[in-house]
Write a protein that binds this ligand. Structure first.
Ligand code: S3P
Length: 189
C-alpha cells in the first residue's frame, strides 16, 4: 500500500462503520474505502435482505419495521464480531442504543453528514426506502435530521459529504480516520 495513511488505517484492528442518514453515501463511499484498504465490505441492509431472503421494502411491508430492526441489530452484532471490515450501516442502525453501544465499543464509527438538499437529491426517485414512501421525502428527511443528527454526532469521526467526486469524499474520510486514530492512546486500542 503506497499511501502511508491508507496503510495505517488498513492496519487498524477495528471495523470502520459508516453511519448517517439515507442518501449520505455510506454504501458508495464504504465500498470505495474498503477497496482502498483491501478490506471486505458489508452493507447491513444487504445482509438483512440476504438473511430474510426479502428486500428491505418487503420486510417492512410484510414483517414490519420492528422485525427489520431486530434483523439489523443481529447482523451488525455478527459483523463486528468478525475480522475488521468496512461496514455501511442502515440509517436507523446507530439510533438503536444497543447497536450504537456495540459499534462505539468495537468499531470506529464515521458519521457521513450531509445537508438536506443533498439527501433529497440523492434519494429522489428511489423506491427501495420504505420510510421515504410514507409522505413527502424532504419533510421526512428533515424530521429525521432533527431527531438523528444529535445521535450520529456521537460517532468517533464526522465527515461532511458534499456533491463532489466520490474519490474526494473517500480520501477525506480516510484522512479523518487516520487523524483520529493517531490521537488515540495505544493502550486503549
Ligand atoms: C433506514 C435506512 C435504510 C434502511 C431502511 C431504514 C432508516 O438504509 O436501513 O430503509 O431508518 O434510516 P440506508 O441508510 O442505507 O438507505
Amino acid at each position: 500500500m503506497s499511501d502511508p495513511a491508507a496503510a495505517r488505517v488498513a492496519a487498524m484492528p477495528r471495523t470502520i462503520a459508516l453511519v448517517g442518514l439515507m442518501g449520505a453515501g455510506k454504501s458508495h463511499i464504504g465500498r470505495r474505502l474498503a477497496a482502498l484498504l483491501d478490506r471486505p465490505f458489508f452493507d447491513s441492509d444487504a445482509e438483512v435482505e440476504r438473511a430474510a431472503a426479502l428486500s428491505v421494502r418487503d420486510i417492512f411491508e410484510t414483517l414490519g419495521e420492528p422485525a427489520f430492526r431486530d434483523g439489523e441489530r443481529k447482523v451488525i452484532a455478527r459483523l463486528i464480531d468478525g475480522p475488521p471490515c468496512v461496514l455501511a450501516t442502515g440509517g436507523g442502525a446507530f439510533v438503536n442504543a444497543d447497536t450504537r453501544a456495540a459499534l462505539m465499543a468495537r468499531a470506529l464509527c464515521v458519521w457521513l453528514r450531509a445537508d438536506l438538499d443533498l439527501l433529497v437529491f440523492r434519494t429522489e426517485g428511489r423506491t427501495t426506502r420504505p420510510l421515504l414512501m410514507q409522505g413527502d421525502p424532504r419533510a421526512i428527511l428533515g424530521d429525521l435530521m432533527e431527531k438523528r443528527y444529535p445521535v450520529y454526532a456521537e460517532a468517533h469521526v464526522t465527515v461532511d459529504t458534499r456533491n463532489e467526486p466520490s474519490e474526494t469524499t473517500t480520501a477525506r474520510v480516510l484522512a479523518a480516520i487516520d487523524a483520529y486514530w493517531q490521537t488515540q492512546d495505544r493502550t486503549d486500542r
